[in-house]
Write a protein that binds this ligand. Structure first.
Ligand SMILES: *[C@@H]1O[C@H](CO)[C@@H](O)[C@H](O)[C@H]1NC(C)=O
Length: 252
C-alpha cells in the first residue's frame, strides 16, 4: 500500500544572501486559526478575524505589492484586505474560493451559488455560538468525516490526518452573521485584478458553483486544475505551484 503511493513533493524555500523568509512567502494565520493565540470568542467583526492579513498589508512600504492567494472562505478576508489596501495588491487569486462582488453582501456568492447541505450531508460538522457578542455569533468546525468526504477526497492521506489535528473552530462568515450585509466597494476591492482557479473535483464548492461565482463577478482570468479536490495545494500541488508562478510572471 505504502509503496504504491506516489512520492510527495514539498516546497522548501531557501532565501538568498542578506535576506530572510520574508522575501519568499508570507502565509497568514487568520485570528483564532493555526497558531494564533486569539480565541474565537474574542472575534467581534470581520476586521478582527482578518487582522493578521490586514497587518501584513498595512506595512509602511508603499512600493511593495503582493499577490494574495485566497482559498475557500479566505476569499472574504482577502476581499476586505483589497477593499482597504487596493494599491498594495497586484492581484488576488481565488483558489476555489468564495469571490465576493461589489453589489451584494460579502458572503452572497457562497449563499447563492453553493448548494446548502442537508443535515445528513453535514456529517460531523459542528456549529456552536458564542455570546461575547450581541446578538451571538455562530462558529463552525469541520469534523474528520466531513473533511475526508468533502474536502480531502483526492489528497494524500497524511495531509488529511495532519489537518484533522490542526483544524480550529472559526467564525461562520455569513450575511446573518460575522461578514454582515455591507458590500465591498468598486473603488477598493473592485479595482484590484482577480484570477480564479477552478478546482474540477471539488466536492465542497462544486465546479458549477465556482463557474456561477465567476459569471456573477467576472475576473480578469480563469484557470482550471482538472483533478483537484477542494485542497488543491495537496491534491495537485505541482500543478498549483506552476499556475501560481505563471500568475506571478504576468502580474508582478
Ligand atoms: C448569527 O446567527 C445566529 C443563528 O442564525 C443568530 O441567532 C444570531 O443573531 C446571528 N448573529 C448576528 C450578529 O447576526
Amino acid at each position: 500500500m505504502e509503496k504504491e503511493q506516489k512520492k510527495q513533493k514539498r516546497f522548501v524555500l531557501v532565501h538568498g544572501v542578506c535576506h530572510g523568509a520574508w522575501c519568499c512567502v508570507v502565509a497568514v494565520d487568520l485570528a483564532a486559526s493555526g497558531i494564533s493565540t486569539i480565541k474565537v470568542e474574542e472575534i467581534q467583526s470581520l476586521e478582527d478575524y482578518s487582522k493578521p492579513l490586514l497587518e501584513v498589508l498595512s506595512s509602511d512600504d508603499d512600493e511593495e505589492q503582493v499577490i494574495i492567494v485566497a482559498h475557500s472562505m479566505g476569499g472574504i478576508p482577502a476581499a476586505l484586505a483589497a477593499d482597504m489596501f487596493p494599491r498594495k495588491i497586484a492581484c488576488i487569486v481565488f483558489l476555489t474560493a468564495t469571490m465576493p462582488d461589489t453589489k451584494n453582501p460579502p458572503s452572497y456568492p457562497f449563499e447563492k451559488f453553493v448548494p446548502s447541505l442537508t443535515q445528513e450531508e453535514l456529517l460531523d460538522i459542528v456549529f456552536r455560538s458564542y455570546d461575547t457578542h450581541v446578538p451571538p455569533l455562530r462558529t463552525v468546525v469541520f469534523g474528520p468525516k466531513f473533511m475526508a468526504k468533502n474536502l480531502y477526497q483526492l489528497s494524500p492521506v497524511q495531509d488529511l490526518e495532519l489537518a484533522k489535528l490542526l483544524v480550529r473552530e472559526n467564525p461562520a462568515l455569513s450575511t446573518d452573521n460575522l461578514s454582515g450585509t455591507k458590500p465591498f466597494t468598486e473603488q477598493g476591492y473592485g479595482s484590484v485584478p482577480r484570477v480564479y482557479i477552478i478546482c474540477g473535483e471539488d466536492n465542497q464548492i462544486p465546479e458549477e458553483s465556482q463557474r456561477l461565482m465567476i459569471s456573477n463577478f467576472p475576473p480578469n482570468e480563469v484557470i482550471e486544475i482538472k483533478g483537484a479536490d477542494h485542497m488543491a495545494m495537496f491534491s495537485k500541488s505541482q500543478e498549483l505551484s506552476t499556475c501560481l508562478l505563471d500568475i506571478a510572471d504576468k502580474h508582478a
